[in-house]
Design a protein around this ligand. Sequence first.
Ligand SMILES: Nc1ncnc2c1ncn2[C@@H]1O[C@H](COP(=O)(O)OP(=O)(O)OP(=O)(O)O)[C@@H](O)[C@H]1O
Length: 502
Amino acid sequence: MSAPPASSQAPSDEAAAPTILVVDDERNIRRTLDMVLRGEGFHVVEAASGEDALKLLSHGGTPVELAIVDLMLPGMNGLDLLDRIRQDDTTRDLPVIVISGHATVHDAVKAIKLGAGDFFEKPLNRERILVGVRNALKTSRLAREVRNLLAEVHARYEMIGQGPAMQRLFKEIDRVAPTKASVLITGESGTGKELVSRAIHRLSPRADAPFVKVNCAAIPRELIESELFGHEKGAFTGALSRKRGLFEQAHGGTLFLDEIGDMDLAAQAKVLRALQSGEIGRVGSEHVLHVDVRVLAATNKDLARQVAAGNFREDLYFRLAVFPIKTPPLRERTEDLRPLIDAFLSAFCKENGLKQRRIDPEVYTALERRRWPGNVRELKNVIERAAILSGDVVTIADLPEDPHESPFEEDAAASESASDGPSEERITLTDEAVESGRHTPVGDGKRLTLREFRDRAERGYIVEVLSGLDWNISRAAVVLGIERTNLHKKIRSYGIKRGEGA
Ligand SMILES: Nc1ncnc2c1ncn2[C@@H]1O[C@H](COP(=O)(O)OP(=O)(O)OP(=O)(O)O)[C@@H](O)[C@H]1O
């Protein structure tokens, strides 16, 4: 292979040329790659072993932008090297292409699962190398840009979201934060309403003053007034000393009234008065205190409906909803699932001193199919649990059952109407007969068709696997080697009930 002339897509000058690390113990392969890549204007550094490659990567100097690693290395092999690269914070995102001979295609597949971007088979082909290298560099640059954008967004709002719904939300936060307007944040539980309120405070001119949160649902009705406005010593039984209320504590800053939909009507009247006049009085005191507080409120209830039902004051509703913001449910922004999953997994491992995990791509697909009624909070819990259960790679077997999707409950109706499922009347073989291979008909002496026999055997095996795995569908699907959705279908069509065969 002779060095080709530089092409039009070659990096234009030496300073901008990406550095590519070639790791191979065979000198000829290193020379070939060096010639092909240098010919295209790339900068090449070489290592003859995994150990040398790690030294080179940790050495500093010109940052390596791509590594090409042979899987068959003496000492530390290519898979181990890849694993080490992924475990190190400084090289975790380095794109890696693996080189494999025919004998190691299986390992190459394993390497791709471990995060290798591509693989070159020996003998090496010049065009294949150049296309692979350019693609890997382009993909990694795009990924870096997305990461940087996400990091910027995260630093500003402390929330993750790259899809249009979240971009709209961020814009609304930016608009309203600098003002003193009250904001009513509505949205389903776990969608980030509290995070929105904190972002508004942080991005407001009040950022250095207190942010005080009140959970209106958690304070007993008889205590809410003294909690919000404070009390004098002896104002009521149990008022052993003078106490500042939350409005007073938030003076100059922001008061966040969470679960406002659960505040009773008497307290609502007092909050309204405080908002209208800017004046509050401690319980048991004649004194009037002037407070400068910006109020943010949140609820997962339909407050307009609460107003119509007479459970919420209309005047307070309008006072709070000067600027309404709605946090979108997770099922309407599935494009945010992957960045959320990655961020939760990485943060959880870091916080708990665990080795960073990789994610089997099937995990994303499986989680994208869920409905997430508990929204981001539910997703976070699922990921943290999976991180605890998993090994180096989080797989679908580490995911808990989706509590909102049980095929067993829907079974009764489904199995009654299932036309292609096995008919109870016609199937006469017992499980034992199937297991022992005795295909003798029983009952009316009619022989089973092959399809009926196969269905019966399949049903019995699925029940056995499910009951052995505590009826965990994700794990059973892995053991059976089929998609979860396919297993769901089979459970329905065979009319399998949880607990049967026990
Ligand atoms: N966009 C997001 N990015 C990162 N984490 C998020 C995001 N949205 C929510 N979370 C996380 O999900 C959990 C729930 O968020 P939060 O408490 O703000 O929701 P909420 O809507 O106020 O819930 P509730 O109505 O039950 O009080 C928190 O752990 C929060 O950090």
